[in-house]
Ligand binder design. Structure first.
Ligand code: AMP
Ligand code: ZN
Length: 136
């Protein structure tokens, strides 16, 4: 447990949360500021800052817990879809530095929109960036 980590405190039961699902490795609870009705967060019980640092086992457990929660959302909330979102570092909107996955139920008539309009890549753009990423 990391000192002064709000999600570690939630996992330890020291800070209240609306927990909806838990197992040995993970906890899922309602986000205080939901994007849609039912927006929840899945965290590994083990502390890590974010995707860069999370142990692969914790990541696997959190991903599996997100799937279970998504199925529960479909059944109980009658949502039409689900977004799973992770923010890694402030540049990517991370505000709480304990790894978590947002599991956001989506409804055909909800008001969420992508904040950007993606454009098609230019000639060679994909090849150039893929070159940077490829290999060991
Ligand atoms: P992120 O920006 O990806 O780091 O998301 C952090 C999320 O945690 C935000 O959506 C907050 O609304 C949510 N949050 C912060 N504190 C709490 C808390 N005590 N209980 C539930 N959700 C929280
Ligand atoms: Zn923590």
């Amino acid at each position: 447990m990391a000192e002064d980590c709000i999600f570690c405190k939630i996992a330890a039961g020291e800070v209240p949360s609306e927990t909806v699902q838990e197992d040995e490795h993970t906890l899922a609870f309602m986000d205080l500021n939901p994007w849609t009705r039912g927006h929840a967060l899945v965290i590994p019980r083990n502390h890590s800052r974010n995707l860069y640092e999370v142990a692969e086992d914790d990541l696997r457990h959190a991903a599996a817990a997100s799937k279970r929660l998504a199925l529960r959302m479909r059944e109980r909330l009658d949502c039409d879809g689900v977004n799973v979102l992770n923010a890694c570092e402030p540049a990517a909107w991370q505000t709480v530095f304990h790894f978590h996955l947002h599991v956001i139920p989506r409804y055909d008539d909800d008001p969420l929109q992508l904040p950007i309009r993606p454009r098609q890549a230019g000639p060679d753009e994909l090849a150039r960036v893929a070159d940077q990423l490829r290999g060991g």
